[in-house]
Design a protein around this ligand. Structure first.
Ligand SMILES: NC(=O)c1ccc[n+]([C@@H]2O[C@H](COP(=O)([O-])OP(=O)(O)OC[C@H]3O[C@@H](n4cnc5c(N)ncnc54)[C@H](O)[C@@H]3O)[C@@H](O)[C@H]2O)c1
Ligand SMILES: O=c1ccn([C@@H]2O[C@H](COP(=O)(O)OP(=O)(O)O[C@H]3O[C@H](CO)[C@@H](O)[C@H](O)[C@H]3O)[C@@H](O)[C@H]2O)c(=O)[nH]1
Length: 634
């Protein structure tokens, strides 16, 4: 039986570093050496300032470094010493040549494999940790076997990594499962058992799954494709929600309660980012095409297409609500990393959004708590992102030290990354508002709807009303008293509408209901016009704004009293109105004036009647709900 005593990991990146640091932490009897070609990266791993930000990583590394955990650029020595070698190098999407834009670039995997074959002086278990197309292990095996001798034998395993950035240490310490694929030969199974023994130092045995090589490789792509598919599904539904008045969070909550579906990964967003999802789905699309399965390829391609659509839709909505132009307007972008608790910016939605803002000649101010300015400049200067060199980018964007600095003088604040410090109990939104141009707008990533800081009547600004992120029943929490009250209230309003709303007959026998401007929920209800043409009233508005607004509470940190909040609204009649023409799915034919960001006074009295809760108390309640959700994660 093979016992692993010495492990080498080739690739000291987001996966190799944390994975093998946790392995060293949990297996003090095993020596772990993480190697990389990048001297800068290894120097950082050996310093107090680790090259990646990941909660809990510092403690793990500082605990083991120098004892049984080592970082080195001496790749050959580490290979020679090891019994087992993880190949954890990058596998980005190919940029040129065959399969460009889709296929995984396996050059780094191949070069690491060749290096092992060249320098190994004893038998090794080589473990494919990188995410690779199905049957890559076959190519690795061919390279290794071509160099094996009677004394040196190579076994190849597939052990894909499922950690998510931002929660990597938690995921590694307590994984849902560990997957190990092997050739079903005697030697393959022995190697598989040796790796099982390593993991069972801390992972319960029933969570270590053993399969054949190809199932293991494909399972990694499949898991990512299915996770991303859920996000695209909920994002597709968010577009329908905005057009119909349904609330995407409520839909997600209702669907997620079905135990067959589950509540995770149903959070509508501006689109998924990160180095993995898009790359791995495109990888699957390419694989399907190569296998002559065009329908399968099209199916998975649609997940990526929907993601792109969502990002574009978000930008379009922002421009639309900013009166159809953002030229020379200052847009504050809060967050640049692709998700919170990581400094990783790869495929971050922020890059796409900022690119679009800049192409519309907006001025962009960016703040992220963990991403270095240099990284932001590099990402924005990437060919195909912004035309021009880094110096040009530096002239166009302002990188700020705080959210307040970014928002100062801004026309709009866009929260792209859901960092905790942007929560309304952390950030003083009254202060943010005070420093902004009026009317001021706030957009949040998870709603894809406009969150308007204040409704003003023209150029003159009024008292701040400061709604912050929307309050809804989120996927991880039960419906609240507040949301039930809202439902009651909406029903009540519906009844009132039936009496007071004007009914307009549309050609084709359809009916357009124009809502009373002062109703709480400014989403209009439409009968679906199969053949209707544009109603006369639709020509009066030229906006294409999102409408899926829900209620907002005052932030805990807000200095604005509920009474001020209401009185401002009293002074300002909401303008939300929506008319739909022939094709309800065609956003171009749907015109909407931006609905008010906050409810009119009517809302308060209705709510008070329904819940018997003063507004202030209700706001606090809503705030707790949101916090509970956010701490619960997706
Ligand atoms: N980032 C994630 O959250 C995540 C999660 C699961 C799986 N994965 C997969 O893991 C793999 C690695 O991802 P990552 O995010 O860690 O990438 P990364 O770019 O952060 O790290 C890869 C490292 O490998 C090094 N490298 C490349 N070729 C080398 C060679 N021949 N010898 C020595 N070092 C070499 C690079 O210098 C780099 O530091 C990818 O296949 C990725 O799809 C990533
Ligand atoms: O309900 C959700 C969940 C996530 N996201 C977004 O999806 C992206 C990816 O998030 P997440 O999956 O949490 O982070 P990653 O680090 O990309 O992790 C994914 O990709 C890794 C690399 O393959 C896998 O190992 C992980 O299992 C898989 O979750 C981010 O932009 C999130 O904001 C949503 O929009 N809605």
């Amino acid at each position: 039986m093979t016992v692993v005593k010495n492990i080498c990991c080739i690739g000291a990146g987001y996966v190799g570093g944390p994975t093998c640091a946790v392995l060293a932490y949990k297996c003090p009897d095993i020596k772990v050496t993480i190697v990389d070609l990048s001297e800068a990266r290894i120097a950082a791993w050996n310093s107090d300032n680790l090259p990646i930000y990941e909660p809990g990583l510092d403690q793990v590394v500082f605990e083991c470094r120098g004892k049984n955990l080592f970082f080195s650029t001496n790749v050959d020595a580490a290979i020679q010493e090891a019994d087992l070698i993880f190949v954890s190098v990058n596998t980005p999407t190919k940029k040129t040549g065959m399969g460009a834009g889709m296929a995984a670039d396996l050059a780094y995997v191949e070069s690491a494999t060749r290096r092992i074959a060249e320098v190994a002086k004893s038998s090794k278990i080589v473990v494919e940790k990188s995410t690779v197309p199905c049957r890559t292990a076959q190519s690795m095996r061919t390279i290794l076997e071509a160099n094996s001798t009677p004394e040196i034998h190579f076994d190849i395993l597939s052990n894909p990594e499922f950690l998510a950035e931002g929660t990597a240490i938690k995921d590694l310490l307590n994984p849902d499962r560990v997957l190990i694929g092997a050739l079903q030969t005697e030697s393959g199974i022995e190697a598989q058992n040796a790796l099982v023994d390593v993991y069972t130092h801390w992972v319960p045995k029933d969570r270590v799954i053993t399969t054949n090589l190809w199932s293991s490789e494909l399972s990694k792509l499949a898991a990512n494709a299915m996770l991303a598919q859920r996000i695209s599904s909920i994002n597709a539904l968010s577009a329908i929600c905005e057009a119909t008045g349904a609330d995407v969070d409520e839909v997600a909550f209702a669907c997620g309660k079905d135990t067959r579906l589950g509540s995770k990964f149903l959070k509508a967003s501006v689109g998924f980012g990160g180095s993995c999802f898009q790359k791995d789905i495109l990888n699957l699309v390419y694989l399907s095409q190569q296998l002559n399965l065009p329908e399968v390829a099209d199916y998975w391609q649609q997940v990526v297409t929907m993601n792109e659509y969502q990002k574009k839709r978000f930008v379009r909505n922002i421009i639309s609500t900013l009166f159809n132009t953002i030229t020379n307007k200052k847009i504050a972008v809060l967050g640049f990393a692709f998700k919170k608790d990581t400094g990783d910016t790869r495929e971050s939605a922020a890059i796409t959004l900022i690119k679009d803002f800049m192409q519309e000649n907006a001025r962009v101010a960016i703040y992220d708590p963990k991403v270095e300015p240099q990284q932001i400049y590099m990402d924005l200067a990437e060919p195909g992102v912004l035309v021009g060199a880094q110096e040009q980018v530096e002239k166009k964007v302002q990188i700020c030290q705080s959210a307040y600095e970014a928002a100062d003088g801004a026309d709009a604040v866009v929260i792209v990354t859901e960092w905790d410090e942007f929560r309304d109990d952390q950030l003083d939104y009254a202060k943010i508002y005070a420093g902004m141009n009026k009317p001021a707008f706030l957009y949040t990533k998870d709603t894809v709807t406009m969150d308007r800081i204040q409704q003003t009547s023209g150029a003159k600004s009024t008292q701040p009303t400061i709604p912050t992120t929307r309050i809804t029943t989120k996927t991880a929490v039960r419906p609240t008293r507040a949301s039930l009250a809202r439902r009651d209230m909406v029903q009540k309003q519906k009844q009132q509408e039936q009496q007071s709303n004007k009914r307009t007959s549309l050609p084709g026998g359809n009916t357009l209901i124009t809502r009373d401007k002062n109703t709480l929920n400014n989403r209009s209800r439409h009968s679906l016009p199969a053949t209707s043409t544009k109603s006369p009233s639709s020509s009066s508005s030229n906006h294409n704004a999102p409408t899926g607004l829900s209620r907002h509470s005052l932030p805990a940190s807000s200095k604005v009293r509920p009474s001020q909040h209401r009185s401002t609204v009293d002074r300002k009649p909401p303008v939300g109105r929506r008319t739909t023409t022939a094709n309800p799915g065609d956003r171009k034919t749907t015109t909407t004036t931006a609905p008010p960001r906050v409810a009119p006074v009517k809302r308060k009295s209705t709510l008070s009647n329904t819940t018997n809760e003063p507004v202030k108390k209700r706001a606090a309640w809503d705030h707790r709900v949101r916090q509970a959700y956010e701490w619960g994660g997706y």
